[in-house]
Design a protein around this ligand. Sequence first.
Ligand SMILES: [Zn+2]
Length: 240
Amino acid sequence: MNDELLALIQLQETDQKIRQLRAEISALPKRLAALEEKLARQKTGVESATKAIKEEDAKRRRLESDLKDVQQKIAKFREQSSSVKTNEQFHAVQHEISFAEAEIAKIEDRELESMERSEQLEAGLRAAQQEFTDHTKVVELEKETARKSSEEQQKHLAGLNADRERLRGQIAETRLANYDRISGSKGTALAHVADQSCGACRMALRPQLWNQVRMGDLIPCESCGRLLYFDQELPPHPAE
Ligand SMILES: [Zn+2]
């Protein structure tokens, strides 16, 4: 295998690594944004749980004030009952009192239910706050890791770009233009021949073409147009 072909193969490998690395680099902000979104959702959860607790408290204060009103009513009825003249009036007031007492029992039941709801809401709030705190730590750590890995990725990318320039310097301009044109449209410009077929599109080579490729000529695949090369040292079934 001649040096130029070797440089071309290495150039393609380098270009693929660069492409993969660029994809990783551009995926990182998206991942961080997803983590931040989750954090924002949790914050909203904490806020709405806090609001629900306040609303439940306000509801209970209203019940408390209703209770006082009814208690005052009862006190008034008791006053009246001491000054009634007839048995009938006395029974009427007693009836009002027992009616009001039943109302108090109802209000007290509702207060109890409200207190139970508040307990549940507070437990929910504590859980939501814990989740938020935990996830805040996760996001901070992820950001720190992302910052470090992004520095490493940039260094790695700079190294690959330097390799790329060095390799391109070893290849004749017309071949390089051909490589750029094919890789620009196909993603890759070279295809390794295995089983007498193009390693990229799997089209079988005609015997004459196969002979030329085996002799070391870089010939375009008749199907996909990639430049075919043969390397005896490569396994017969490469994963291309
Ligand atoms: Zn092909």
